[in-house]
Design a protein around this ligand. Structure first.
Ligand code: ZN
Length: 75
């Protein structure tokens, strides 16, 4: 007997691709969360700290639904 549910799961991930990732500001040490679009496998962007407003670089490696690695660098 065929199992359509399992087949659908195997054919591709269909869950949410926006994942909250915890980061730490390289300037003031504040921890906060960023929303990461995990549908993009590898991405780099610059964001501002929510507390001290200094810009830093965020580098993430993803697979859909999961953040594989996340690095922070002072830009
Ligand atoms: Zn900061």
């Amino acid at each position: 007997m065929d199992r359509p549910l399992n087949a659908a799961r195997r054919s591709g991930y269909a869950g949410p691709v926006q994942v909250a990732a915890a980061v730490e500001c390289p300037f003031c040490g504040q921890h906060f969360e960023l929303s990461v679009d995990t549908s993009v496998a590898s991405q780099v962007w610059v964001t501002d700290c929510e507390v001290c407003c200094r810009p830093f670089e965020v580098r993430v490696e993803c697979e859909p639904g999961t953040v594989l690695s996340l690095e922070i660098a002072a830009s």
